[in-house]
Design a protein around this ligand. Structure first.
Ligand code: SIN
Length: 373
């Protein structure tokens, strides 16, 4: 057993993710609590201070422009030489889970470069394990965004063709910006909790949202873990929904959204025909992990099949309220060039809102999934 003083300084196995505000040589950071970190990125080391354990110098093992991760693998008595990464060289892929009910950050990946089969397999596995993956500082073109998305399956084209990125119909522009009085994108996408395209026979497997222009405040996206929602559902609600199905329709809140956002276009007869109501099980099984998840949302689910209207409404409201309890949620605060990839089979999401006078623009691709069972 090492002496108490040595034990106090033992950071073995600690791992932390640090976000910083400015790109400078030496900066003080507030690390994932309770560490304080001072880092000299150019020299490849960081000094960690823990209120109870004292300070220690550790190597920085991964750097990105906006985020770096510090991993200590040394014992309390061994001071490892700092590992320095020559400028421009990124370390190998690392998955750093968030201290949250879902989510992980993928470090050491530049989607400008070819993606090996091995790295792809690790990202795929991490997506199944963590449901939301955050790739920081991805300076990629829409074509690269599409190419990466296609590795996971065929892409779906959103029914609001008005908001496709010109030349790239697979990309939906999510934006509150207006040019010449006209909206350039879907400004209120995500106003209600939902799982993307749950109103289709084959709802989305996952979506990839890439930040183009961000507001100085607001604009966060929230993700709710629907596996946890199912696992923790009170017994009487489980019994009430087991074996039941619910209807989903794109039109459920369309008129209400149009009232709030008069720029929302009227749908043509062809568009309405594209989004006929569908019925899905209320509890779905993830086709790759076998885990069960609640699959109803305030945006698109209209009623539970076979129940009287008032009973169906009451039950749906209880399910919605339970799904978005604080302990199921990860809140993503966007940084420039973030690419966020979530699993629509495991999650619902919500756009928390952006003040009207601030501009926000993101590009979204949506991957087709399976018919829920
Ligand atoms: C969406 O619902 O896909 C958009 C989410 C967001 O804008 O934060």
């Amino acid at each position: 057993m090492p002496p108490a003083a040595a034990r106090r300084k033992d950071f073995t196995g600690f791992r932390m993710r640090v976000q910083y505000c400015a790109w400078s040589k030496i900066t003080a950071f507030q690390a994932s609590r309770p560490f304080i970190v001072k880092a000299d990125i150019s020299m490849g080391f960081a000094s960690l201070t823990h209120p109870a354990r004292g300070s220690k110098i550790v190597p920085i093992v991964a750097t990105l422009q906006r985020t770096f991760s510090v991993t200590t693998t040394v014992s309390s008595t061994h001071h490892a030489a700092p590992r320095v990464h020559p400028a421009g060289v990124r370390p190998s892929l690392e998955i750093v889970p968030f201290d949250a009910p879902v989510g992980a950050e993928v470090l050491g990946l530049d989607l400008n470069k070819p993606l090996s089969a091995e790295d792809f397999a690790r990202i795929h596995r991490a997506h199944l394990d963590h449901h939301v993956l955050v790739f920081r500082d991805q300076r990629i073109t829409p074509a690269q965004h599409i190419e990466f998305s296609r590795r996971f399956g065929p892409l779906q084209i959103h029914v609001l063709h008005q908001f496709q990125l010109p030349g790239h119909p697979e990309v939906l522009i999510v934006s509150n910006i207006r040019e010449n009085g006209q909206p350039i994108g879907l400004g209120d996408a995500g106003h209600f909790w939902h799982s993307d395209l749950s109103y289709k026979e084959k709802p989305s497997l996952g979506s990839l949202l890439h930040a183009q222009e961000l507001p100085s405040e607001g604009g966060d996206t929230l993700f709710a873990n629907m596996h946890l929602a199912w696992d923790t559902l009170p017994e009487h609600l489980r019994k009430a929904v087991e074996g039941r199905s619910a209807e989903h329709t794109y039109l459920a809140k369309y008129a209400e959204l149009q009232k709030r956002s008069p720029w929302r276009p009227n749908l043509s007869a062809e568009q309405i025909a594209e989004v006929k109501p569908v019925v899905h099980p209320i509890v779905r099984t993830h086709p790759e992990t076998g885990r069960k998840a609640l699959f109803v949302s305030e945006h698109f689910t209209t009623h539970i099949v076979g129940l009287p209207e008032d009973e169906s409404r009451e039950l749906l409201e209880a399910l919605f309220a339970h799904s978005v309890r604080d302990e199921h949620i990860y809140r993503h605060q966007w940084a420039e060039h973030d690419l966020v990839f979530w699993d629509n089979r495991s999650l619902m999401h919500l756009a928390a809102g952006t003040p009207d006078h601030l501009r926000r623009k993101l590009y979204r691709t949506t991957i087709e999934g399976n018919a829920p069972f």
